[in-house]
Design a protein around this ligand. Structure first.
Ligand SMILES: [Fe+2]
Length: 213
């Protein structure tokens, strides 16, 4: 594992913005404060990546990135899996977004965005002990990745809790949790999703310097 040094907090945000990993010139100037991080933090230099920067306030006792959570803990896998929908390899296809209507009634719906099984992800945040990662793969995840209903499987006694700036590499089915913060804080969250994401959702930040291939 490695560490990142976050720039000064400025309320910067982009969500799943495509760019070229390792190439700061592929990221618009409003993210200039992240140039050093973009240059030095990547899964594979030169590959398409998807950058999320979320600098926003968090209230004490709440998780920063818990919008999806339907249970007490914001425990999730990055991708969801639709039951009964199979990819080319014959195994369920991970993805995001509401299932699109099936082309035929007998077929299952499809995620708006699909992810290759081997997509890797880097995450880091500016706040100590605000993210927990379990050394596991949770194949039986939900359609949107929320797995708060099986939180008993992932006790805090067997977890890695990230320090401020600590980089962690995940798979798309690695259980992890945005932890409640201990005090009101302006948190900086960084995520780089590697190549192998197909399609886009409306909330993805458009990057005029790097249109989605
Ligand atoms: Fe996550």
């Amino acid at each position: 594992m490695n560490t990142v040094e976050f720039p000064e907090y400025a309320g910067t945000r982009c969500l799943m913005m495509p760019y070229v990993q390792g190439d700061p010139d592929s990221v618009p100037s409003e993210y200039a404060a992240y140039r050093d991080i973009v240059s030095s933090v990547f899964l594979r230099r030169g590959d398409i990546g998807f950058l999320t920067i979320d600098e926003s306030p968090v209230v004490a006792g709440k998780p920063h990135r818990g919008a999806r959570a339907r249970h007490a803990r914001a425990l999730h896998t990055e991708a969801g899996i639709l039951r009964g929908v199979y990819g080319w390899g014959g195994s369920p296809q991970p993805g995001w977004g509401s299932p699109a209507p099936a082309p035929r009634p007998s077929w299952g719906g499809r995620h708006t965005v699909t992810l290759d099984r081997d997509v890797r992800i880097l995450i880091a945040s500016s706040v100590d002990e605000s993210c927990a990662v379990w050394d596991a793969e949770h194949e039986d995840t939900s359609e949107d990745g929320d797995i708060g209903h099986v939180a008993d499987l992932y006790p805090y006694s067997a977890v890695t809790v990230l320090k401020a700036g600590e980089l962690c590499e995940l798979g798309i089915l690695t259980p992890h949790e945005s932890l409640p913060v201990k005090r009101d804080v302006n948190r900086q969250f960084l995520r780089i999703v590697g190549a192998g994401v197909h399609g886009r959702e409306d909330y993805f930040t458009v990057n005029p310097l790097c249109p989605i291939p």
